[in-house]
Design a protein around this ligand. Structure first.
Ligand SMILES: NC(=O)c1ccc[n+]([C@@H]2O[C@H](COP(=O)([O-])OP(=O)(O)OC[C@H]3O[C@@H](n4cnc5c(N)ncnc54)[C@H](OP(=O)(O)O)[C@@H]3O)[C@@H](O)[C@H]2O)c1
Ligand SMILES: [Zn+2]
Length: 376
């Protein structure tokens, strides 16, 4: 790969990002066509409603100038027929001589097929590695996860003090982290298909959980409250603002009268019974996959954080740290519940990354190590 290759691939990544919240449950893809003299002659990015793949849009813009040129793309071009004909055929028909791709398509149904078919057409294929490949992979990590498992990628987000507290005992007004961190969180909400909280957080904070990024999105952010007994107040802001974007995840222990009340308000409810009488979060996550939700973020309190971590549904954590200490045994820790009772039993995380946020603030990104079920 040359410096020019890296430059154009970076541009495909920037184009792909323009499809945020407009492409899911399909991947974010950007493409650039460069003619044989090294000039950009076409570009495109994918949106679900637009249907046409990024490569096709870029080739259309380039027209005849694509012949003998190179196509840069943030994701391996598709080699099979989906909602549209394969991009490999369009690339071959346009007479492109070289394709440079930032990331393989990890969707098991198509992985490597695009590259193979391009090579069979006599087109030179260059696969990126290093930092650009990692960035491109990360851009579509939710899509890859969803394609592999049929379930959304689940990210638990929390705003914590340096001593790991998420709420003070006497007064919960105001924020733990700064405006800069909260702007990150808005972008994060924008990038997700759904968001989950617990009834405890709705009762304490009367939160809205909306995407307030002011950026366009194809589907509303689906707001979900885990509420086993349907205690959700009908005059809460989340209920009052519901516009087909609120779901209550509940259990069959909820009273009929409460169920009828939410039915009369046209608020959908789904039952996910867990043995302990709480919402079965694994079943909820699986069901969301069937609804074509490819990414779920959890923004909640101690109890549901514990339920989600202990229930094994969390894939990734994003913890925003503020330069503060609350202390005290009564302030809420990020993760409550009974906890793991031995150090050896602690939940393990890997691939940690520290992200700068603002002066004196940072976030930690980490992935949950999935422990294999122990064989008795
Ligand atoms: N700093 C932050 O990032 C942050 C973010 C959010 C909230 N908070 C704070 O967290 C506090 C609320 O925390 P919380 O622990 O009381 O409430 P929570 O975690 O938001 O909600 C807990 C409730 O969720 C319900 N639930 C349903 N299914 C569950 C399951 N499988 N596992 C666990 N819970 C389940 C339970 O009530 P039912 O049994 O009735 O269903 C449970 O009591 C507030 O003070 C809020 O300000 C802080
Ligand atoms: Zn395609």
């Amino acid at each position: 790969m040359t410096a020019a290759d890296r430059h154009w691939l970076r541009e495909t990544l920037a184009l792909a990002r323009r499809g945020r919240a407009l492409a899911s449950p399909n991947p974010l893809v950007g493409a650039v066509v460069v003619d044989s003299a090294g000039r950009k002659v076409g570009e495109g990015f994918y949106t679900y409603e637009g249907r046409k793949h990024a490569e096709v849009l870029a080739l259309e813009e380039a027209g005849e100038a694509a012949r003998g040129g190179a196509v840069y793309v943030s994701l391996e071009p598709c080699g099979i027929h989906g909602r549209t004909p394969p991009c490999v055929d369009a690339l071959a028909a346009a007479g492109v001589s070289r394709v440079v791709a930032a990331a393989r398509d990890e969707n098991p149904e198509v992985d490597g097929v695009g590259y193979e078919r391009l090579r069979a057409c006599g087109i030179e294929v260059v696969e990126a590695d290093g930092e650009i490949a990692a960035e491109a992979r990360r851009l579509n990590e939710a899509f890859f996860h969803y394609a592999r498992t049929g379930k959304p990628l689940v990210t638990l987000k929390a705003a914590v003090t340096l001593d790991g507290k998420i709420a003070a005992p006497d007064d919960n007004t105001g924020w733990i982290t700064s405006a800069a961190a909260r702007a990150h969180v808005q972008q994060m909400r924008h990038d997700h298909d759904a968001i989950l909280t617990g009834i405890g957080t709705v009762q304490a904070d009367d939160c809205l959980l909306t995407d307030r990024s002011a950026l366009p999105r194809r589907r509303p952010l689906l707001r979900i409250v885990a509420d086993s007994l349907l205690r959700l107040p009908v005059d809460s802001r989340i209920v009052e603002s519901a516009a087909g974007d609120l779901l209550i995840a509940t259990t069959s222990a909820a009273r009929q009268a409460r169920r009828r009340l939410f039915e009369s308000l046209n608020i959908p409810m789904e039952i996910f019974d867990a043995p302990a009488g709480r919402v079965d979060l694994s079943a909820l996550v699986e069901w969301l996959g069937t609804q074509r939700i490819a990414s779920l973020m959890i923004e909640t309190g101690s109890k549901l954080n514990w339920g989600a971590l202990e229930g094994g549904v969390v894939d990734k954590l994003l913890l925003y740290y503020a330069p503060k200490i609350l202390g005290g045994l009564d302030s809420l820790p990020m993760v409550g519940g009974v906890g793991r009772r031995t150090r050896a039993g602690a939940l393990l995380l890997e691939n940690l990354k520290i992200l700068p946020v603002a002066k004196d603030e940072f976030a930690v990104e980490a992935y949950v190590v999935k422990q294999a079920a122990t064989v008795p």
